[in-house]
Design a protein around this ligand. Structure first.
Ligand code: ZN
Length: 193
């Protein structure tokens, strides 16, 4: 197993998250999916904590993490962020945010999303999001995300040039995750079959 096979924690949040099959699948598959991503990149992943929850639970946990990462956010900016997070969560299968613990990520899975059905793409969602977890651990990425979060919350404004650098980075991350998700998911499907 070598340096790969970082521990991963899987939990649920909020009653009504549903889909016990999805939970059992993620509990079994998450450590394997982490190892596959680590083997692909040839390095270990920072700690990942996975939570299966509802869209509102996802929004709540994402905001909680972001407010912990960036204190000094005004009440008005918090309310706006919460509103936007709830809207975003309704259409998203998953979301990755930085862990407020200093390193690593929190991965929220929307158990209500059709993409989260076992046999219908749950492996793809998990693989795609773990690529984001890997990206968030790269040199300079955490700092840029934090700076951008401060900017969005009105705590410290960034120059248009840095905002553009952040957006270009995200675009690159998405392209990379979409490009890899099918092959990683195929390996995962095979490994847990
Ligand atoms: Zn993505």
């Amino acid at each position: 197993m070598g340096i790969f096979g970082s521990p991963v924690k899987v939990e649920t949040y909020k009653p009504g998250w549903g889909r016990g099959r999805a939970l059992r699948f993620v509990q079994d598959a998450a450590p394997v999916a982490v190892r596959i991503v680590e083997e692909h990149y040839g390095r270990s992943l920072q700690p990942v904590r996975i939570t299966l929850t509802t869209p509102d639970g996802m929004a709540e946990l994402a905001c909680r993490a972001e407010f912990a990462l960036v204190p000094q956010v005004s009440a008005a900016a918090r309310a706006k962020a919460e509103r936007e997070a709830r809207e975003l969560a309704r259409g998203a299968a998953a979301q990755v945010v930085l862990s407020p613990r200093g390193r690593g990520t929190l991965l929220f899975l929307n158990s209500r999303s059709d993409a989260m059905r076992v046999d219908e793409g749950i492996e793809t969602v998990l693989s795609h999001e773990l690529v984001h977890c890997e990206q968030f651990g790269r040199r300079g990425v955490r700092e840029l995300i934090l700076a951008h979060t401060r900017h969005v919350f009105g705590v410290k404004e960034l120059s248009p040039k840095v905002v553009k650098a952040f957006e270009d980075m995200l675009e690159g991350h998405e392209a990379e995750a979409y490009g890899l998700e099918d092959s990683l998911a195929a390996r995962l499907r095979k490994a847990v079959a």
